[in-house]
Ligand binder design. Sequence first.
Ligand code: ADP
Length: 178
Amino acid sequence: MDRFSIVVGDITESDAEAIVNAATESLLGGSGVDGAIHHAAGPELLAECRTLHGCPTGQAKLTKGYRLKASYILHTPGPVWRGGQSGEAEKLASCYRSCLQLAADYGIRSVDFPCISTGVFGYPAVQAAAVSLRAIMDFLRDHDTPRRVRVVCHTKDSAKIWRQTYNFWFAETKADRL
Ligand code: ADP
């Protein structure tokens, strides 16, 4: 089985050991995927998030998954798109690296990501896909854990963009050989 894949779906239904939440710096819930994850995980999640005292953009914090199938949630606030000259790419890459490093530290074997920053935070999809895929593939090349990483796109259209970007940049890379 490939170590990396791009799928279409609702990340709140993921069977991965950990899912990633595209959070806000307060970690107290928001719209989009953040709201959906809090809704599905239940109020215990917000209670645990209150004990974490927020998280800076580009970093990540772990909670339990509560009513989700996933055992853990890796919360990472993505950058708000401000035109591309405000360090957005480095911060977005850092979100993926921080989540994957936290997963590795906890021995988490499978992680599902949403397309961080591409909703309310306005990061253009093609650019986000390129930066995010580079960060994921670099991490997988250098680490054995997690064993499986997926990007869960909410729509077929966004999955098409991510797959095209993957094929353009990584056609030579076979993630299962990493
Ligand atoms: P951000 O504030 O980081 O932009 P959003 O939640 O607004 O976060 O959007 C991030 C991405 O998550 C978008 O591509 C959006 O389509 C997607 N998304 C929203 N709900 C879900 C869900 N239930 N499962 C997977 N992806 C989702």
